[in-house]
Design a protein around this ligand. Structure first.
Ligand code: ADP
Length: 189
C-alpha cells in the first residue's frame, strides 16, 4: 500500500492545499494530511479546528485522513508507515526552502522521499496568509477556499475582534490605542 503524508500548518486550508490533496489522493492509496501543532506560532485556528475544517473539506475523498501532529515532519511518515512526504510548490520562492527541508528530511529519514506537486496555475498566488489578510479587510474570499472554510475564517475574525472590544472597554490606555488594539472599540463608539 502506497501511503503519503502531507504535512503543513493549514491555517486555514485553501483551494491550493485542497488541490494538492486531491491530486495526491489519485496517485497514492492513502494520503494522511498532518496538521502541525506549533506552539511557537500563534495561528488563527487551533490545531483541532484546522483538523475539523480539513476533514469537512475532504469528506468526499475516501482515501484521505486528517490528523494533528507535533515536532519534526519526518515523524509523520514514520508514525503512519508512509514512504512519501508530499509538499506543494507555488513558485521559485518556495523552492529553496523546500529543497533544504527535503534534503534535511532525507538525512533524518533516508527511507522517506519527498514528492513535490506543482500548484495548479490558478492557485499559484494563494496562501493561508493572503486569505487571512483579505479577510481582515472584508474582501471577497470566494476564490480562495470553499464557503465552509471562508465562513469559519470570517466568524473567527469577528470573535477575535469582539474579544478586543471588551478588553479595550475594561482597560483602555493610551498605549493600547497607539497599538491599534482599540481600533475596534473606537469604531464601535
Ligand atoms: P507550512 O507552514 O508547512 O508551509 P502551509 O499550510 O503554508 O504549511 O503549506 C503546506 C504545504 O502546502 C506546503 O508544501 C506549501 O508549499 C503548500 N501550499 C501552500 N499553498 C499552496 C498553493 N496555493 N498551491 C500549492 N501548494 C501550496
Amino acid at each position: 500500500m502506497k501511503i503519503a503524508v502531507y504535512p503543513g500548518s493549514f491555517d486555514p486550508a485553501t483551494y491550493g492545499h485542497l488541490d494538492v490533496i486531491r491530486r495526491a489522493a489519485v496517485s497514492f492509496d492513502k494520503v494522511i494530511v498532518g496538521v502541525l501543532h506549533n506552539s511557537s506560532k500563534s495561528p488563527l485556528f487551533s490545531v483541532q479546528e484546522r483538523v475539523n475544517i480539513l476533514e469537512k473539506a475532504t469528506r468526499d475523498v475516501p482515501n484521505v485522513e486528517v490528523k494533528p501532529f507535533e515536532g519534526l515532519s519526518v515523524n509523520l511518515p514514520r508514525e503512519n508507515h508512509a514512504q512519501v512526504i508530499i509538499r506543494g510548490l507555488r513558485a521559485v520562492t518556495d523552492f529553496e526552502y523546500e529543497l533544504q527541508m527535503a534534503q534535511t528530511n532525507r538525512v533524518l529519514a533516508p527511507d522517506v522521499d519527498t514528492v513535490f506537486l506543482t500548484t495548479s496555475l490558478e492557485y499559484a498566488y494563494l496562501s493561508s496568509t493572503i486569505l487571512k489578510e483579505v479577510a481582515h479587510f472584508g474582501g471577497d474570499l470566494s476564490k480562495f477556499a470553499p464557503a465552509e472554510i471562508t465562513d469559519a475564517v470570517i466568524e473567527k475574525i469577528r470573535l477575535t475582534a469582539d474579544k478586543q472590544i471588551s478588553y479595550c472597554h475594561i482597560e483602555r490606555t493610551v498605549t493600547e490605542i497607539e497599538n491599534k488594539e482599540c481600533i475596534y472599540y473606537e469604531a464601535a463608539e
